[in-house]
Design a protein around this ligand. Sequence first.
Ligand code: PMT
Length: 223
Amino acid sequence: LTEKDLAEEHLLVTAGPTREPFDPVRFITNYSSGKMGYAIATMARRRGATVTLISGPTQLPVPSGVRFLSVSSAREMRDAVMTTLPEATVVIKAAAVADYRPAVRQEQKMKKKDEDLTLKLERNPDIIQEIGKQKENRILVGFAMESEHLVEHAIGKMVAKNMDFIVANDVTKQGAGFQGDTNIITILDREGEMEELPLMDKMAAAGIILDKVREIRDTRRNH
Ligand code: PMT
């Protein structure tokens, strides 16, 4: 029987990719399958938390007992997150949010022409940065998906965006990051602690991330 150690928490978890359309049939996206975020939502629910899962398009079944909001673009994800935020005590952002979207979304399917095509992209909102600015007592957990300078980049993001800790994964490593059932994560926190974990399945990684959430929650309670 799993201990219901998160029964007092409301976790807001984001997962999956976003889609950024430039005409009715095409979009820019990334390889996120949603598995990492869904694993966190599933494990948090098993540990008694109230869970809202906000997800971009994935092939995964909705974990049972979880409140589910389906979104597509980064802007939709931002709106769903900000609406849910007031109720959340813990926010975990496992989604792979597109930093840019096509500046124009054509009404009709774009026609092929002989010359090359240039697509202009504009910045999407940085959702976790916005949450970081109104963090209050929440525990804010980000992910960092890197292909080089993993630790350095992850610490930069954690500090700049006011996170309590960050989960870094190097997408160039075999068995880590996108798509698969496993990940290789490094957890970095504001105290300067670094925990480099071996390859494990995403459910086990989710469990360790939630242990870290509980540890921070318990430390705050005792102060
Ligand atoms: O879904 P899977 O196939 O299981 O793959 C898992 C994963 C690789 C997607 C996951 O483990 C992961 O690393 N997710 C975060 C990916 C990412 O967008 O990293 P980033 O370094 O670009 O962003 C840093 C943080 O800011 C993330 O928490 C991200 O959710 C957040 N962000 C990013 C951009 C943006 N516009 N708004 C955000 O909130």
